[in-house]
Design a protein around this ligand. Structure first.
Ligand SMILES: O=C(O)CCC(=O)C(=O)O
Ligand SMILES: [Fe+2]
Length: 297
């Protein structure tokens, strides 16, 4: 039988993997840990940068970068970064223009029904938790062209650590949250037209990453528009997860991206705090979502 730490019957394999994950975090606790990896002005990453980014993604499922001064086209830099990380197919987004990378800024009224286009906070989620199963978002890059005058801080948390917390608490929590119908999102219907059908899925899914299994998570803390299973164990597991997320886990990074900075990640859990724009400081972010994980080779 192939080794799979996400198989609830393979306790020893799980222990080995979880111990290795925890050990990976010891490095980040060191004073000389480079939280941001410097890359070229056009998003060009040299061999050394690539090795560090891959190492961070391998350990934490995300890596923060900073573009060197001198580039001017953030969107092109972002595309370039995605290509070098082996990210191929961009998500087709209901609200994004054809290039499929979403420009997130505060929009007046029309777009404002959709929270990312407001200055409101966004709670813990992974991207595309409502996507159909054949278009699962397994990686994304969030890039800042210009920060707000105030606020707009992101929190990032490796979903592997949420899995470990729950499984160590009670393996049945994982069983409950791995049921394919535990989380349902009603269809998105606008003016009588169905833009997206209802999707139901598990919270934790095992993906194939080359030869080895990898964990993906579909989740949003929003109560609105999510129908959670009423199964008692699933409810208990969710409660445990919510508590964990609100506890500022030590593996979480809270960071306010500056102009030219961003985060490359395997669709980890993240939040955004509320912010305030002014004339000179209008928050501009780009968001690129992909259907495959970051290539570590
Ligand atoms: O604006 C941000 O910082 C994050 C936005 C976000 O998480 C999203 O649009 O999914
Ligand atoms: Fe997001």
């Amino acid at each position: 039988m192939a080794e799979n730490p996400f198989d609830l019957d393979q306790t020893a394999a799980y222990r080995r993997w979880a111990d290795e994950k925890r050990r990976g975090y010891d490095l980040r606790a060191r004073d000389d840990f480079p939280l941001l990896v410097e890359i070229g002005p056009e998003g060009d990453i040299d061999e050394e940068g690539l090795a560090i980014i891959r190492d961070h993604v391998d350990r934490y499922n995300f890596a923060l970068y900073r573009l060197a001064e001198g580039g001017d086209d953030h969107l092109e830099s972002l595309r370039n970064i995605g290509r070098q990380m082996g990210l191929k197919e961009l998500d087709r987004n209901l609200c994004a223009p054809e290039d499929r990378i979403t420009r997130l800024t505060v929009k007046p009224v029309e777009g404002a029904r959709y929270i990312p286009y407001t200055n409101k906070p966004i709670g813990w989620h992974t991207d595309g938790y409502y996507n159909p199963m054949h278009q699962r978002v397994l990686a994304m890059v969030l890039h800042c062209e210009q920060p707000a005058a105030e606020g707009g801080v992101n929190q990032l948390l490796d979903h592997d650590m949420a899995y470990i917390h729950l499984r160590d608490e009670n393996p049945d929590f994982i069983r409950a949250l791995s049921q394919p119908g535990v989380m349902c999102i009603p269809p998105n219907v606008v003016d009588g037209r169905e833009l997206r059908p209802q999707t139901c899925s598990a919270v934790f899914l095992t993906e194939q990453n080359g030869d080895s299994p990898a964990l993906a998570m579909r989740f949003s803390k929003r109560k609105h528009n999510i129908l959670w299973s009423e199964d008692a164990l699933a409810q208990e597991a969710l409660h445990c997860l919510f508590e964990f997320l609100e506890s500022s886990p030590p593996w979480m990074v809270e960071y306010r991206l500056q102009a030219g900075e961003g985060v490359i990640n395997n669709n980890v859990l993240h939040t955004r705090s509320a912010f305030r724009d002014d004339e000179q400081h209008k928050r501009i972010y780009y968001r690129a979502r992909y259907y495959n994980r970051i290539d570590l080779n």
